[in-house]
Write a protein of this length. Structure first.
Length: 314
């Protein structure tokens, strides 16, 4: 069983931004305490000079609700008892709620302190981003998992995007915090970014170049979306890369990268020059990678409602 993919389309495969000879910078924070979690950073962040300037901070204490920070345990303990977000949700609008997952939209201009603190923490695990204090031109989308220990839940990751992107990017920065990685949560963030882009008519993708981990996550998402679309295609039908792109809102070069990654293309071509995709190979790829037929996010679960939060005072 096979379907055909038109070969008349872009064939660029994007490479990771990290070169083989590049050594990551040493973190300027050795240990982070986030709530009751101990995390070891991967990269330096832009915390104030009077805290990290010219030296390595052994311990940084970060509030798990508002992301305010200090290198003094006593101040951290005192703040956690009175943090305004201890019993309340993060600021912004609820835009998605499904099962145990909630996602907010936060305007960086309206909630600068929260956005800055979230960005500073995320930089400890990202090697490519540098703008964190000018947050007014960005929107932030934290992903929250409902827990028994908090009335609203725990922020486990987020993505951000420019309000006005000249390159039409639907993501500027994306991260799942290390304790919650390898659970498929990054796929939820990526899927949400594409669904929001579709609703806004923003046909694009993540800001380039991608980090090594970023590309790995996106390749997984692109492959799964291409699989789901091709699985629905009629046998012997010619499907162009443009067709897939328009249906999924994934750029054509990313569709091609996914097809090559999946290795489901036949070596033969049709009389018209089209490349053949074998559906048996497609299903075998999906079984091997445990990719389901259902989309990652429920498009019917996106919503808008007022959900105001407040910024914190120590």
């Amino acid at each position: 069983m096979a379907i055909m993919i038109s070969s008349a389309s872009p064939s660029t495969v994007l490479s990771p931004n990290r070169t083989p000879n590049r050594s990551p910078m040493e973190p300027n924070v050795a240990n982070v305490v986030l709530g009751n979690l101990h995390i070891q950073p991967w990269y330096p962040s832009f915390y104030p000079e009077d805290m990290v300037g010219g030296r390595k901070v052994e311990w940084l204490y970060v509030c798990q609700w508002c992301f305010r920070y200090t290198h003094e345990m006593a101040k951290y303990s005192a703040h956690c008892k009175v943090c305004p977000l201890r019993e309340d949700p993060p600021p912004g609008l609820v835009i998605y709620e499904k099962d145990d997952y909630i996602m907010h939209e936060i305007d960086g201009e309206e909630h600068k302190l929260y956005a800055q603190n979230l960005s500073l923490l995320s930089k400890l695990f990202l090697d490519t981003k540098s703008v964190f204090f000018d947050v007014s031109t960005f929107l932030y989308y934290p992903l929250i998992i409902k827990t028994d220990s908090h009335p609203y839940g725990q922020v486990v990751g987020f993505f951000s995007k420019e309000k006005m992107s000249w390159d039409n990017n639907n993501v500027a920065c994306i991260l799942v915090f290390p304790p919650w990685q390898r659970r498929g949560l990054g796929q939820i963030l990526i899927a949400a970014s594409y669904e929001l882009g579709r609703r806004e008519g923003r046909f694009g993708g993540p800001e380039r170049p991608l980090s090594t981990l970023g590309r790995k996550g996106y390749i997984s998402f692109w492959c799964a979306e291409v699989y789901r679309h091709l699985l629905r295609a009629t046998l012997k039908r010619t499907v162009t890369v443009k067709d897939i792109s328009e249906a999924t809102y994934i750029m054509q070069e990313d569709i091609v990268a996914a097809l090559k990654e999946m290795d489901v293309l036949e070596s033969r071509k049709t009389a018209t020059g089209n490349i053949v995709v074998n559906k048996s190979k497609l299903r075998a790829w999906a079984d091997k990678h445990a990719v389901g037929k259902e989309p990652v996010v429920d498009t019917e679960a996106f919503l808008e409602s007022e959900d105001e939060g407040s910024e914190m005072e120590e």
